[in-house]
Design a protein around this ligand. Structure first.
Ligand SMILES: *Cc1c(COP(=O)(O)O)cnc(C)c1O
Length: 487
């Protein structure tokens, strides 16, 4: 069956998957969603026999239906190759009683690699299919991990340019070093004075500015997005929920067909929404536990039905989750209530920063404070020697709260979104107070010693690399900056 995509906000235009990927966002400012929910067309039992690449093909062909088999396999094979440091691509780790799906074995050691190593191929294929002649400009706001993963994915990809904005004081030392040392003639990175929401709002505005779009089109450019507002980011993320399930069955921790829980450290709601799509496509899921840090807008929403961003933005030790406006929630609201209601609440959100929505489904909100996050890291390390990053630890602490509240015996997988090396300083601080003042780059060696694991190649010696990108700008200057860049 052909799956077509439409805007969450009511625009009647139907586009194919490849068109949705090129455009990034719908003309009315809504996000693209599948008009009818895709379904898997294979018996679930099969998934334990497939490699990551084989599974990716079987899942993606039901979502991105206008890609040919050859196109899709080319994209998948180019993305999930030896860029990943394990053939499993996304291995399951099982320290103690826990199950972690490790999504940090790609080039930038965070889960964004799962989607951003394939997005450039999906996008280039889409451009060819749709006769796009212009150079594609990827504009991206990042809370730290998307930016680097997108830069790696798009660096030196012909016919594309990539411009990344990150909150100057809102990312870890390693994250920043990864971005400002990025090579590739088509890459551009700038720090923003402001937080992630500021950067995301300014980028979204630039994106949907029709006058600017027309001006740039004349010069031979079109915008697209590498943020999770792009359906080409979400679709590849559905795959690893099936993959986690298969590994749980193979490990004897789950019976084929039995329901599973997933606990997901959440920011922009893209990762966990892919879990929701996996469920709708046919994966037996019981609960999706949405773990927030102190910026617990989503926790409050799932508990009370009120989404309210009128609160202080808190800088935490899990910066990639320091977000008040979770863009992809809009897609869930659409699937639950249709475009009219979605449009209304999105307009309430942009006017008053608040809306009400009666929500009661598979999602459970939980959150963890910084001390709870630190305690989770320390306890698990002391019990098992396994070291979690700060984002994964938010999910672990949140899951433990959920267990204490419900006693739910459903097997659970925690989605592990980053290598502890990416946030080594805070991870060490959690483990032992003696590391409180350690230099962020010395922390890599210290972490290697205590965890008895090697420093991942992508960040080894990163502090000695040449800084290439030095711009720091006000958020109001983003549009001007983009214009200057695309002369
Ligand atoms: C992006 C990110 C998240 C949040 O994922 P969303 O899809 O935005 O909800 C969590 N952890 C890490 C390490 C990330 O990079």
């Amino acid at each position: 069956m052909d799956i077509m995509f439409k805007s969450t906000r009511g625009d009647k235009d139907l586009v194919s998957a490849s068109q949705a990927i090129v455009k990034g966002i719908a003309d009315d400012g809504g996000l693209y969603v599948p008009e009818t929910m895709p379904e898997i067309d294979f018996p679930l039992e099969k998934i334990t026999h497939w490699s990551y690449r084989e599974l990716a093909y079987e899942v993606l062909k039901s979502v991105l239906t206008d890609y040919t088999e050859e196109e899709l396999k080319h994209c998948i094979d180019s993305a999930y190759d030896d860029k990943f440091d394990t053939e499993l691509i996304a291995p399951l780790a099982t320290p103690g009683e826990n199950n972690f799906l490790e999504l940090f074995h790609g080039k930038t050691i965070a889960f964004k690699d799962m989607a951003l190593s394939i997005l450039p191929y999906l996008l280039k294929t889409a451009a060819v299919k749709n006769g796009v002649k212009e150079e594609i400009v990827i504009l991206t706001a990042t809370s730290g991990d998307t930016g680097k993963a997108a830069l790696e994915g798009f660096a030196d990809v012909e016919g594309t340019q990539i411009i990344v904005f990150f909150p100057e004081d809102g990312v870890s030392a390693v994250q920043k070093a990864q971005m400002v040392t990025q090579q590739g003639g088509n890459t551009c990175v700038a720090g923003i004075r402001g937080n992630f929401d500021d950067a995301q709002a300014a980028v979204k505005k630039t994106f949907t500015d029709n006058a600017l779009k027309a001006e740039l089109k004349k010069k031979g450019y079109v915008f697209s997005s590498a943020n999770s507002i792009n359906i080409g980011r979400l679709a590849p993320q559905i795959v690893y929920y099936f993959y986690a399930y298969a590994q749980m069955v193979k490990a004897g921790k789950l019976n084929m067909g039995e329901k599973i829980n997933f606990t997901v450290p959440t920011g922009n709601f893209g990762n966990i929404l892919a879990g929701y799509y996996a469920m709708k496509m046919g994966l037996p899921v019981n609960k999706l536990i949405c773990a927030s840090n102190d910026n617990k807008v989503l926790y409050d929403f799932f508990r009370t039905g009120v989404y309210d961003i009128n609160r202080d933005f808190i800088v935490t030790v899990s910066p990639s989750m320091d977000i008040l406006i979770s863009s992809n929630l809009e897609r869930l609201l659409y699937h639950l209530s249709g475009s009219e209601k979605t449009k209304t609440v999105m307009s309430q959100l942009s006017k008053g920063g608040k809306y009400e929505f009666n929500i009661d489904n598979e999602f459970i909100g939980e959150f963890a404070t910084i001390p709870e996050t630190f305690k989770a890291i320390r306890s698990l390390f002391e019990e098992t020697g396994y070291v979690m990053d700060t984002h994964t630890a938010v999910a672990k602490a949140a899951y433990d709260k959920y267990l204490a509240e419900t006693g739910d015996k459903t097997p659970n997988v925690i989605i592990s979104t980053a290598s502890p090396y990416k946030f080594a300083k805070d991870v060490l601080k959690a483990i032992d107070g003696k590391y409180d003042d350690i230099d962020p780059f010395k922390a890599l060696e210290a972490l290697s010693e205590i965890s008895k694991t090697p420093i991942p190649a992508p960040i080894k010696g990163i502090d000695k690399r040449e800084i290439i990108h030095k711009s720091v700008i006000d958020r109001d200057a983003i549009e001007e900056f983009v214009k200057n860049k695309l002369k």
